[in-house]
Design a binder for this molecule. Sequence first.
Ligand code: CDP
Length: 228
Amino acid sequence: MNIRKIIIAIDGYSACGKSTTAKETAKILGYKYIDSGAMYRAVTMYFLDHHVAVTNLHEVKKALASIHISFHVNSKNVTETFLNGLNVEEEIRHMRVSEIVSQVSTIKEVRHAMVEQQRKLGKQRGIVMDGRDIGTVVFPDAELKLFMTANILTRAFRRQKELLDRDYLVDLDEVIENITNRDRLDTTRTESPLRKAKDALEIDTTHITIDEQVDEVLRMAVSRMLKN
Ligand code: CDP
């Protein structure tokens, strides 16, 4: 039987369960998992820590040249994000980063630098990547493209619980405001806005469990892996 390695691109709004689905699918298939949002978050953290003025293109370009982002799988088989050799997996999820990440993500130079790295990571295929522009810009030739949605309250509760599981308590109103603002910025920016690729399959995750989401993705992935 001819089984080929494919690219699975998962896009959608904030906190729809993209990362959880992507991680689990990658684990089962033995694929690499890349959280492209973590890359934008790491850039944002660097900008904040180094007081980079996001409106100053010269400063932005200089900073981008000093940023090295990598992913490492830890002993619990969890992929963690590293910024210039430091594990930033926890810190990039904090609200100070969430509050401006979508603004940083509108910058063309930032996007170009990230997209270049993301394409390198997917060169050998056998990868699941989640984000906002994976099926539209990063891998327009991905064999499987998904677009995830869910209602706002479900998303906010899920995100609040996820943060609480990391011992980080955030008010539900603050979460709702943050994801609403990010959705708005992500869908209206000029450079690669969040939108469903024409050939993407939409999954509304409001009333389904993570296991059901993963089963659905795996079913679709397997059919593409067997196609010539
Ligand atoms: O909070 P959530 O997990 O939904 O977001 P994320 O995947 O961590 O991404 C954080 C932010 O990075 C998004 O709100 C976007 O502004 C930006 N992003 C992007 O512009 N393009 C991507 N491919 C991934 C994330």
